[in-house]
Design a protein around this ligand. Structure first.
Ligand SMILES: C[C@H]1O[C@H](O[C@H]2[C@H](O)[C@@H](O)[C@@H](O[C@H]3[C@H](O)[C@@H](O)[C@@H](O[C@H]4[C@H](O)[C@@H](O)[C@@H](O)O[C@@H]4CO)O[C@@H]3CO)O[C@@H]2CO)[C@H](O)[C@H](O)[C@@H]1N[C@H]1C[C@@H](CO)[C@H](O)[C@@H](O)[C@@H]1O
Length: 410
């Protein structure tokens, strides 16, 4: 009887050993983390795995977030050049799983101490009662602000849209800068306004499209207003770069963003003193107050030729220690409850701020089509902000597109 070679170290982490002994071979890993800030830390963690398993080589491949979903689907469909492990965004995971492209992980070395994961983070890893990924980071959104600029204008972080408008006017008067950068080429940045009017994209429980209800129209009106009255500046393309430059250079006093933006933000000239960065909850709308839930899981390709080493790699990269490292070095939110007690997380003010925000973030429907809701929404959202369509038409066009996407939904 070959005794399992898996030994648990003091931290409860398995050494990834398998009953046949040493792991070996190559694990190709597609990482979508931001280049120049996040990727350095993730590469370092992967090197730690190689140290622990000298016969395993991790082939790190950086794939841009905007390309990875289709790139993986094409490779998996072709049955060639798909990676062993992919950083699968929360909405991609049910999509990939429904296509049979992910290895089920229940009972494998990839899944350790499952009940240590936040339930909200686990939700996107389940498909038809099986587990197809392990949560790596969870995130939501807040309002990032430049404390110096706000103090100069004599304003506090806005808690609602009226305060956002009035503070933007004071910021303009006192500093000449624009109050808010509102990203216009990514509809994820619209969701907190939609939730703020009491709306949502769909109601998955009743299989009803809800984006074209009056709340949706009001939300489109609210964001259009912010741009039309000069409270916010926006762009129809290159939104990420323009938003980050504007905020890092102090051209705008605020931006709505998430923890994944912190590492890059702190490289900005306005934030060499990192205490100049403040973060507050997103402004409430006329009816409610809510921010979206996002994040990333690690998943194993069903066709991997090195499942054992891939399982061990996923477990290592989502372990308490790895999550404490990314919390400490990148201010990213752990998905393991126990990681929040580690000193690296406790010492991160930003992790401390976002934890309750994530716990109250608006749940999204983790259905295979969930991610596809963003493309049609993005087209209409950008058109509203650039005056190419009306809020009413945008809401209707988005709802119609959803009913084509979601078979049989009302
Ligand atoms: C349009 C897309 O809609 C959805 O995406 C939603 C997403 O579901 C939302 O959750 C939200 O994602 C948050 C995210 O949670 C948050 O963590 C952060 O991510 C950071 C990382 O943290 C940082 O490390 C680094 O990676 O950088 C990341 C990005 O900064 O910010 C994200 C929001 O930016 O918002 C997304 C919408 O953007 C679909 O899922 C598709 O992605 C779809 N694109 C496809 C569409 C295909 C057909 O058109 C086209 O052919 C294909 O090629 C395109 O891929």
């Amino acid at each position: 009887l070959a005794l399992a070679a898996t030994a648990c170290g003091s931290d409860g982490k398995s050494d990834g050993g398998s009953s046949s002994g040493e792991l070996s071979g190559t694990v190709t890993w597609w990482d979508t983390s931001s280049v120049g800030s996040e990727d350095k830390v993730f590469k370092k963690l992967a090197a730690g795995f190689e140290k622990k398993h000298p016969k395993v080589k991790v082939k790190y491949v950086s794939v841009p977030f905007g390309d990875a979903q289709n790139k993986f689907k094409n490779a998996a469909q072709a049955g060639s050049s798909a990676p062993d492990v992919i950083r699968s965004e929360v909405a991609w995971t049910p999509d990939f799983a429904s296509l049979g492209y992910l290895a089920p992980l229940d009972g494998t070395a990839a899944l350790k101490n499952q009940d240590d994961f936040l339930p909200q983070a686990v939700a996107s890893t389940k498909y038809e009662d099986k587990t197809f990924a392990v949560p790596q980071v969870i995130d939501s959104m807040g309002i990032f602000y430049n404390k110096k600029l706000m103090e100069k204008a004599g304003v506090e972080p806005p808690t609602n849209l009226d305060e956002l408008k009035s503070s933007a006017k004071k910021i303009k008067d006192k500093t000449g800068k624009t109050g808010l950068y509102l990203r216009g080429d990514d509809p994820y940045f619209f969701l907190s306004f939609l939730y703020g009017e009491g709306g949502d994209l769909v109601d998955a429980k009743t299989k009803t499209v809800t984006v074209d209800r009056p709340e949706g129209v009001k939300a489109f009106k609210a964001v259009k207003d912010l741009v039309d009255d000069g409270t916010a500046k926006t762009d129809a393309s290159d939104g990420w770069e323009n938003m980050m430059q504007a905020f890092k250079n102090g051209d705008v006093a605020m931006m709505i963003n998430g923890p994944w933006a912190v590492a890059d933000t702190l490289t900005g000239k306005e934030f060499t003193d990192k205490d100049n960065l403040g973060i507050a909850t997103v402004p409430a709308g006329s009816a409610a107050h809510g921010a979206p839930q996002g994040g990333h899981n690690l998943a194993v390709y069903a066709g991997s030729k090195n499942l054992e080493a891939s399982y061990a790699f996923v477990e290592y990269m989502t372990s308490v220690e790895s999550q404490a490292t990314t919390a400490g070095e990148l201010n990213l939110l752990p998905t393991r409850t126990s990681a929040y007690a580690k000193k690296e997380a406790v010492n991160s003010e930003i992790v401390g701020f976002f934890k309750p925000v994530v716990e109250t973030a608006v749940e999204r429907p983790w259905i295979p089509e969930g991610g596809s809701l963003f493309a049609p929404l993005g087209i209409e959202y950008t058109k509203v902000l650039t005056g190419q369509t009306t809020p009413e038409k945008a809401a209707k066009a988005t709802g119609d597109a959803y009913r084509k996407l979601l078979d049989g939904w009302k």
